[in-house]
Write a protein that binds this ligand. Structure first.
Ligand code: ZN
Length: 163
């Protein structure tokens, strides 16, 4: 297969803009094009699927439904945790993002919905759960990944080293 279009195993550089409810939440205007290795779950699946086959210079508007984005909002994904269960040095405030280690050792992200002296109410929904995501994307470059990138399963920014 020719390597001139978006496909598994290539690194794509794209300009993008993410809009939710008419508000621009994120765009490459700030940080420059985003690079990602296709086929390794590095961007949300609903967007990656729609970008397959795009060529350099192609632009596309993609609407991603919640189930292909950050999931549906889950009314059950709330939990009350005793304030005393949190280490004293953790500052609890509304909207704070916490890394929770469950009893089975798994890690989850949670947000503080509210709290009082005895109880912290946690929300395990992603902030964009239930949101319809509007992406404007443009493919600006395509290239083969390096052996290291393939090994890691993600793209590396130019000139950027990591372990
Ligand atoms: Zn890496």
């Amino acid at each position: 297969m020719s390597k001139d279009s978006v496909q598994d195993g290539l690194v794509v550089s794209m300009d993008y803009k993410l809009t939710v409810d008419g508000e621009v939440l994120d765009s490459s205007d700030d940080a420059g094009p985003l690079q990602f290795l296709v086929g390794y779950g590095n961007i949300i699946p609903g967007l990656e699927k729609e970008m397959m086959g795009m060529k350099i210079g192609d632009s596309k508007d993609v609407v991603v439904a919640p189930e292909d984005g950050y999931g549906e909002f889950d009314d059950e994904a709330f939990m009350d945790v005793p304030r005393a269960d949190f280490p004293a040095d953790i500052e609890i405030e509304e909207g704070a993002e916490l890394h929770i280690t469950a009893d089975d050792g798994s890690h989850q992200m949670a947000f503080v919905e509210s709290f009082d002296d005895t109880t912290v109410h946690l929300d395990f929904n992603h902030p964009l759960a239930g949101a319809e995501l509007h992406f404007s994307v443009k493919v600006v470059a395509l290239r083969e990944p390096t052996a290291e990138e393939l090994d890691h399963g993600h793209a590396h920014e130019e000139g950027h080293d990591h372990e």
